[in-house]
Design a protein around this ligand. Structure first.
Ligand SMILES: [Zn+2]
Length: 111
């Protein structure tokens, strides 16, 4: 099996370079890591850097669009429940004041 070494060497020479500023004041000449703009010594190492798409900004999701919409919906439902309970309590209070005859209990209604 023969390997075309000249092609491989040419490909290595054609690889994009890191370009980070070295302590000597020159540009780093090391090839960049895959899908990165820097070599492994200058921030291009595997696992370094932020994930694509600004996903590191999400901490708990409590203030996402979906969470805010859910909270708004719950507030609306609870307001409806509160007003219903208030109306029921008011009608019970009206009955207890004697304006209307007291409601018969369901057990008495059956007999
Ligand atoms: Zn470098």
């Amino acid at each position: 099996m023969t390997v075309d070494r000249s092609a491989a060497v040419r490909a290595m020479h054609m690889a994009p370079r890191c370009g980070a500023r070295t302590r000597a004041g020159e540009s780093c000449r090391a090839p960049v890591c895959r899908d990165k703009n820097r070599c492994h010594k200058h921030g291009g190492a595997k696992g370094s850097g932020a994930r694509p798409g600004n996903t590191n900004a999400l901490k708990h999701g409590a203030y996402t669009k979906g969470a805010k919409a859910r909270e708004k919906w719950y507030r609306h439902v609870f307001a409806d429940v509160r007003s219903g309970v208030r109306a029921a309590l008011d009608s019970v209070a009206d009955l207890q004041e004697g304006d209307a005859p007291p409601a018969k209990s369901p057990a008495k209604l059956k007999t």
